[in-house]
Design a protein around this ligand. Structure first.
Ligand code: NDP
Ligand code: X2W
Length: 310
């Protein structure tokens, strides 16, 4: 019998994209709730408990309630796309490429926390450098990013796409998270293996899907002898053997005049770049992804497939 999958929040932005990715799959059976009943707690509880894997695409509080609903049922495994459990050590963090062992941890886990979109880029750049000893304790990491507006869910999509609304957003690009207390900071710190919280400055552009995450570094504050080439080599070594997270060769990135935030829209991969001038004292690490691809729904389907393969 095909494993049963229930997407709680299937009519929201992340849920819909997971459904699209699952369309036509015969190896799984999708349990579905009518849109009008999406907040019907009794119906959701039945669906959640009838699933082999429940994928939660809900706000944090609703995710916590859903996990409560299956707490007594050991046969249901959960992938949560919200922020609620990402720094909870009893959940596996759903970023399969972040370590050589992580895919196996996801395969055998009952509870998997899908990473946030910005943290996927930031951790993807930072963690290998911490693991290789290149980024020392105390380094003041900054993370600057731009996301497509679907990152803000149904509410922000409506504000961007319906200019007749009272709360319509007219800006082509805006900064937010101005208090420097964005909910993704603890996740970046913990899974980035940082000893000091990064400064995180997110922004949104008037395009639906896509994301650039930047981590600029001063080489003379890194481990002795750190170079642009050495950082690139550490990233290449870290991501060897898989093709979801790739590191762009220096010969290629050195010729690029610009990076397009929407280049990977609709894809579930992530590209990492190391920019700078050879021999100079600064580098800029850049991650390019789709906020709804490797940044959310693509990663959720990848995690589901790993769990089904166990
Ligand atoms: N969008 C993105 O790029 C990313 C999103 N995420 C995370 O994914 C989760 C979902 O976000 P997203 O899809 O963007 O949000 P949306 O607002 O687009 O969708 C959320 C869905 O959940 C439903 N919902 C809300 N509260 C409840 C409830 N109490 N019971 C049942 N259903 C409920 C909503 O229904 P209704 O229409 O009635 O409100 C809606 O269908 C969030 O935790 C978000 O942080 C993670 C990474 C990236
Ligand atoms: C553009 C925008 O609003 N983005 C969201 C993050 C989207 C996302 O990654 O969701 P999680 O919070 O579940 O990780 C924000 O900054 O809150």
């Amino acid at each position: 019998m095909a494993p049963k999958i229930f997407i709680d929040g299937e009519h929201g932005t992340t849920g819909l994209q997971i459904r699209t990715r699952m369309a036509g799959r015969r190896d799984v059976e999708l349990l579905s709730i009518p849109e009008a009943e999406r907040r019907n707690a009794a119906m959701r509880e039945d669906m959640l408990n009838g699933a082999d894997i429940a994928i939660l695409c809900l706000p944090d509080e609703a995710s916590k309630e859903a996990v409560q609903m299956v707490s007594g049922n050991n046969s249901v495994r959960v992938i949560d796309t919200s922020t609620a459990f990402r720094v909870n050590s009893s959940w596996a963090y759903g970023f399969a490429e972040m370590d050589k062992e992580q895919a196996d941890k996801i395969k055998s886990a009952r509870f998997v926390a899908n990473p946030g979109c910005y943290p996927t880029g930031a951790i993807g750049l930072i963690r290998p450098l911490r693991a290789a000893g290149l980024l020392p304790d105390g380094y003041p990491v900054t993370v600057n990013a731009v996301s497509g507006y679907t990152g803000g869910g149904k509410q922000m999509i409506a504000q961007m796409e319906d200019q007749s609304r009272d709360d319509a957003i007219t800006a082509p690009h805006f900064l937010y998270g101005l208090t420097l207390a964005h909910k993704h900071v603890p996740e970046m710190k913990i899974h980035g293996l940082l000893d000091r919280a990064p400064i995180f400055s997110p922004s949104v552009g008037k395009f639906p899907q896509g994301m650039i995450v930047q981590v600029p570094l001063h080489l003379d504050e890194l481990a002795e002898g750190a170079t642009l080439e050495g950082i690139h080599a550490a990233l290449v070594a870290h991501y060897a053997g898989q093709d979801i997270v790739t590191v762009v060769p220096l010969e290629e990135s050195g010729k690029l005049p610009r990076i397009d935030a929407v280049e990977l829209a609709g894809k579930d991969t992530m590209k990492l770049f190391v920019f700078g001038t050879p021999g100079a004292s600064q580098v800029n690490l850049v991650a390019l992804l789709d906020n709804l691809g490797k940044g959310a729904s693509g990663a959720a389907v990848q995690n589901m497939d790993l769990m089904l393969a166990s």
